[in-house]
Ligand binder design. Structure first.
Ligand code: RB5
Length: 149
């Protein structure tokens, strides 16, 4: 599985920790930056990772900023992206199983490194449940399609 990673300066350090965690587990990782703790603008990284998923450069994405909020709002502007901010493993599991989230967003200033890695594993190890959940996610896609015509 190919994972796209992105972060602003607030999430840079945690992104690097997540990258090592994924590489140690034999995931293929595509890192869309940022590459240092120097201040940058989070929307750029949300858009880049969102577009990478839509262009099928990666299967799923993980974004990190200070709270996970700004970067997920940006990613969710890319048509077809369902980015979910998760602060615990239950949310991560449900984001995949019920919402077919294709990006996990984390807040490096909200959760610690240990929990972040557990959330990453919960997200990546859960599949979409389909059935009634597919109907609901399809409603979101149809709405997106309708308003972008
Ligand atoms: C940057 O200071 C901070 O605003 C950003 O990382 C993020 O938390 C925005 O939602």
């Amino acid at each position: 599985m190919i994972i796209a990673l992105g972060a602003d300066h607030g999430g840079f350090e945690l992104k690097e920790i997540i990258k090592k965690h994924l590489l140690d587990r034999n995931y293929e990782v595509k890192d869309y930056g940022t590459d240092s703790a120097q201040a940058v603008d989070y929307p750029e990284y949300g858009f880049q990772v969102g577009e990478a998923i839509i262009k099928q450069e990666a299967d799923l994405g993980i974004l990190v900023c200070g709270t996970g909020i700004g970067i997920s709002i940006a990613a969710n502007k890319v048509r077809g992206i369902r980015a979910a901010v998760c602060t615990n493993c239950y949310m991560a599991k449900m984001a995949r199983e019920h919402n077919n989230a294709n990006i996990l967003a984390l807040g490096a200033r909200v959760i610690g490194e240990g929990l972040a890695l557990e959330i990453v594993d919960a997200f990546l190890n859960t599949s979409f449940g389909g059935e009634r959940h597919a109907r609901r996610v399809d409603l979101i896609s149809k709405y997106e399609d309708a308003i972008s015509k």
